[in-house]
Design a protein around this ligand. Structure first.
Ligand SMILES: C[S@@+](CC[C@H](N)C(=O)[O-])C[C@H]1O[C@@H](n2cnc3c(N)ncnc32)[C@H](O)[C@@H]1O
Length: 224
C-alpha cells in the first residue's frame, strides 16, 4: 500500500473512534453526522458508526423480528436509508417508507440514492422541535439513534423522541438503546427493564424487550 494512502486510512480509523460526550440539542447531533458524512464519504458504515455492515444487518434483523414491517413505515434517524436495502434483500414488503433525519446531508444523500422510488420519501426534521403528525404511519423504527445524551436532561429528550414516534405509528415502534456495564466508552445507557417500565407506565404501551444480557445493544418494541 502507498504510504500516503496508508496514513489516510489510519487517520480515518482514528476519526471513527472519536465520539463526542453528547450534544446540547438534536441540531448539534445532526451537524456531527453532517461532518462525518463530509469527511468519511465513501464508507457508509464509518459514517453511521457501525463496526461493519454485519452489525447493522443483525440489528435490522432483530428489529424486524420484534415488529415485522407493514403498511407505512417510518424510519426515524434514517441516516442513509440502509433499511430500504435490507427490506429489499429480505423481500419484506410495505406500502410506503418515510425516512426522517436531523442531518441534512444524510437526507440529501438518501434522497439521491432512492430518487427513482415513488413509495419512498425523506424529510429533514428534528422531532423534538417539530412533532410528527399522530397516527400517520403503521410501523416505526428508531435504530442506532438514541446512543448519545442530548440536552440537559437526556432521558427526557430520549423519551420525547420515543413518545412522539410511538404516537405517529398506528401499530407500534421498535427502538434500540444501550445497556450499562457491557462495553467501555458508551455515552448514554439505560437498564432495559427500567426503560421498558417507563414506556409502559408513561406511554401506555405494550412492551417487549429483546436483550440477551450480553450484547450492549438491546431493542424494545412498543405496541398500542
Ligand atoms: C448511527 S446513525 C443510524 C442510521 C440508521 N438508522 C441506520 O441504522 O443505518 C444515527 C442517525 O440518527 C440521526 N438522529 C439522531 N438524533 C436524531 C433526532 N432527534 N431526530 C432525527 N434524526 C436523528 C443522526 O443524524 C444519524 O443520521
Amino acid at each position: 500500500m502507498k504510504p500516503l494512502r496508508s496514513i489516510a486510512k489510519k487517520l480515518k480509523k482514528r476519526m471513527f473512534r472519536y465520539t463526542p460526550a453528547g450534544f446540547p440539542d438534536s441540531e448539534a447531533c445532526g451537524a456531527f453526522y453532517d461532518a462525518r458524512f463530509g469527511l468519511l464519504k465513501g464508507d457508509d458504515m464509518m459514517v453511521l458508526e457501525y463496526s461493519g455492515i454485519e452489525a447493522q444487518q443483525r440489528l435490522f434483523t432483530r428489529a424486524m423480528t420484534l415488529l415485522p414491517p407493514h403498511g407505512q413505515i417510518l424510519d426515524l434517524g434514517c441516516g442513509l436509508g440502509h433499511l430500504i436495502l435490507y427490506l429489499d434483500k429480505k423481500h419484506l414488503t410495505y406500502a410506503g417508507y418515510h425516512g426522517i433525519d436531523v442531518s441534512s446531508r444524510m437526507i440529501d444523500e438518501a434522497s439521491k440514492r432512492y430518487s427513482g422510488r415513488s413509495m419512498v420519501s425523506f424529510e429533514r426534521c428534528d422531532v423534538l422541535k417539530d412533532p410528527l403528525p399522530p397516527a400517520r404511519y403503521d410501523t416505526g423504527y428508531i435504530l442506532s439513534v438514541l446512543g448519545y445524551p442530548i440536552g440537559d436532561d437526556p432521558m427526557k429528550s430520549m423519551l420525547g423522541i420515543i413518545e412522539n414516534t410511538f404516537a405517529a405509528c398506528r401499530t407500534g415502534i421498535v427502538f434500540s438503546h444501550l445497556a450499562p456495564g457491557r462495553k467501555e466508552g458508551l455515552k448514554f445507557t439505560t437498564v432495559p427493564e427500567e426503560l421498558a417500565a417507563r414506556c409502559e407506565s408513561e406511554l401506555g404501551a405494550k412492551v417487549e424487550i429483546d436483550d440477551d444480557g450480553e450484547n450492549f445493544t438491546y431493542l424494545i418494541a412498543l405496541r398500542h
